[in-house]
Design a protein around this ligand. Structure first.
Ligand code: PLP
Length: 394
């Protein structure tokens, strides 16, 4: 019996323990090699054509990277998984493999910056049409689909407003139109949402975030049907070359071992902070899917096992008050990224979303004073005390 025959929690705890068949190391081995010795020409030829029989060259496959792909596929309930150098590398490999000139992509309008850049700047240069709309309006999604729509793409909850999109309904609308539905599940991880079970075709992650979980590794992964993953391997990985570093894959595999317990704790912290902020007289608004006041709360209840480790909030004093708060927190770290042991706060308008014209930012709810909070693993009481002290200076 393999560890992969067990439940997601056990698979996560034991990833990597079956990789080393020579020495049986329980730790995840890092195969720091770029190539592999062939027994004979025929075997070398076979390995150069497909990764099914083994490894040939690390840009194409590597045992540490392969284990990460296998682990993520198992956790998401997919047939196959493919690791990349970063989340952005995974997304570009996916798009450049599956699209051609004349195709159309329909995406939600709140996506990560590199994703947004590819959709709005890069793909149109190669004759791919892209439309970005608000996916909370399912009728608008249906209306925006075209006969040439190949991919329907979104994230949920969305960064940084925590907008919640109905995964099952979007998957269904895409399927009816013959388009491939793809979701970025970075914010939720498979321990909160399993999109393939809701009808999504392909899932991507930036493993840089909760999956790695310690603010050190950079990586990405795609999981889905083997035929599709093989196609992306053949073009987007093998030929575009954004392969994962085995060392980063090791770090992500190590992170996955504690993923569920970390998510449980981070979600508990986010819920406590959301509740604290919501009751604070200097806070104008809190965006957290776990709050009954959140417009996506009911949908979140149906598709998320917990309400996530991220939230955002707006102070009554706007931008100036937000800056005072962020400059005065001592325990919360002022930094971008998310999903690590350190609790992080950042200012989307000047940091992660500076490139979005103000008018569009405001239309999408990313106000000048919005602050994003990513829960870490510190004492919840001490994080709330830190916010309390900084808020007293606002
Ligand atoms: C939701 C989401 N998707 C994709 C990415 C890109 O991932 P990476 O930084 O690993 O390229 C990020 C990065 O912040 C992200 O937040």
């Amino acid at each position: 019996m393999s560890i992969y025959d067990y439940s997601p929690r056990t698979i996560a705890a034991r990833v990597g323990t079956e990789v080393d068949t020579a020495y049986h190391s329980l730790g995840v081995p890092i195969y720091m090699t770029n190539n592999y010795l062939f027994d004979e020409v025929a075997q070398g030829a076979e390995l150069c054509h497909s990764t099914d029989a083994g490894d040939c060259y690390t840009r194409m496959s590597n045992p540490t990277n392969n284990e990460l792909g296998r682990a993520l596929a198992a956790l998401e309930g997919a047939e196959a998984g493919l690791p990349f150098a970063s989340g952005a590398a995974a997304f570009s490999a996916l798009m450049l493999t599956l699209l051609k000139s004349g195709d159309h992509v329909l995406s939600d309008n709140a996506t990560y910056s590199a994703t947004n850049y590819l959709l709005t700047e890069l793909l149109p240069k190669f004759g791919v049409e892209t439309t970005l709309i608000d996916f909370t309006d399912v009728a608008a999604v249906r209306a925006a689909l075209r006969p040439n729509t190949k991919i329907v793409f979104f994230e949920t909850p969305c960064n940084p407003t925590m907008k919640v999109i109905d995964i099952a309904r979007i998957a269904q609308v895409a399927r009816e139109a013959g388009a491939l539905s793809v979701i970025d599940n970075t914010f939720s991880t498979p321990f909160i949402t399993r999109p393939l079970e809701l009808g999504i075709d392909l899932v991507m992650h930036s493993t840089t975030k909760f999956l790695g979980g310690h603010g050190d590794a950079i990586g990405g992964v795609l999981v889905g049907p083997k035929t599709l993953i093989d196609q992306i391997w053949n073009v987007g990985l093998k030929n575009l070359g954004g392969c994962a570093s085995p060392f980063n894959s090791f770090l992500v595999l190590r992170g996955i071992k504690t993923l569920e317990v970390r998510m449980e704790y981070c979600c508990k912290m986010a819920a406590a902070v959301a509740e604290y902020l919501q009751g604070h007289p200097k806070v104008a608004q809190v965006h957290y899917p776990g709050l009954p006041s959140h417009p996506g709360h009911e949908i979140a209840r149906g598709q998320m096992q917990r309400f996530g480790a991220l939230l955002s909030f707006e102070l009554k004093g706007g931008m100036e008050a937000g800056i005072t708060l962020m400059d005065n927190v001592k325990l919360c770290a002022l930094a971008v990224s998310l999903g690590e042991a350190n609790t992080l706060v950042q200012h989307p308008a000047s940091m992660t979303h500076w490139y979005v014209p103000q008018e569009i930012r405001l239309q999408n709810g990313i106000t000048d004073g919005l602050i994003r909070f990513s829960a870490g693993l510190e004492s919840i009481d001490e994080i709330i005390e830190d916010l309390e002290r900084a808020l007293s200076l606002v």
